[in-house]
Ligand binder design. Structure first.
Ligand SMILES: [Zn+2]
Length: 167
């Protein structure tokens, strides 16, 4: 259903907002739609080449979708984890999983950062026990494979994805 040549980008409707953080944890570009009429959501998705994720049937029934110009993935369930399961049932999406590569707060890519520059920026026990750090150049947050990482590993296991990605 979706082209596999490049990583999918998503525009996350408010009615499935929680999905955005889970998708970012897996490395997907998942921008949240702020607020506004459906018309605006559609035009932003078209302009940025994003797949709309929504529970809104009317969006999925638009002529643009039927003609193939606009991609919409429709969710019946309200449960964020089941939504993720549905999305990842598409093997094309699975192939782009790249955990620990995107800021869960602002959706920007993460870049490796040298540990010895961080002694003032992360808690001492983290500094002592972690070796790999990444940084968001947009919001300045520093990430390491701590509790978020573990939560993500468990999430992946629950939705049935082997995390053997070599991204
Ligand atoms: Zn950030």
């Amino acid at each position: 259903m979706f082209a596999a040549s490049e990583a999918p980008r998503f525009l996350v409707d408010q009615n499935v907002g929680k999905l955005a953080v889970n998708l970012r944890m897996l490395g997907f570009d998942a921008r949240r739609f702020g607020s506004g009429p459906d018309k605006q959501l559609v035009s932003e998705a078209l302009a940025e080449g994003r797949v709309i994720l929504t529970r809104d049937h009317l969006l999925a029934e638009r002529r643009l979708v039927k003609k193939g110009n606009l991609k919409v993935m429709l969710f019946e369930t309200e449960v964020a984890e089941d939504q993720l399961r549905q999305l990842l049932s598409d093997m094309v999406f699975r192939s782009f999983i790249c955990p620990f590569s995107r800021c869960i707060e602002c959706n920007y890519p993460l870049y490796p950062v040298m540990k010895d520059t961080l002694s003032e920026r992360v808690p001492p026990y983290v500094y002592q026990n972690q070796t790999e750090f990444k940084e968001c150049h947009h919001c300045g947050r520093v990430f390491w494979k701590g509790s978020h990482w573990q939560a993500m590993q468990e999430l992946l296991r629950r939705v049935g994805v082997d995390n053997n990605t070599s991204c």
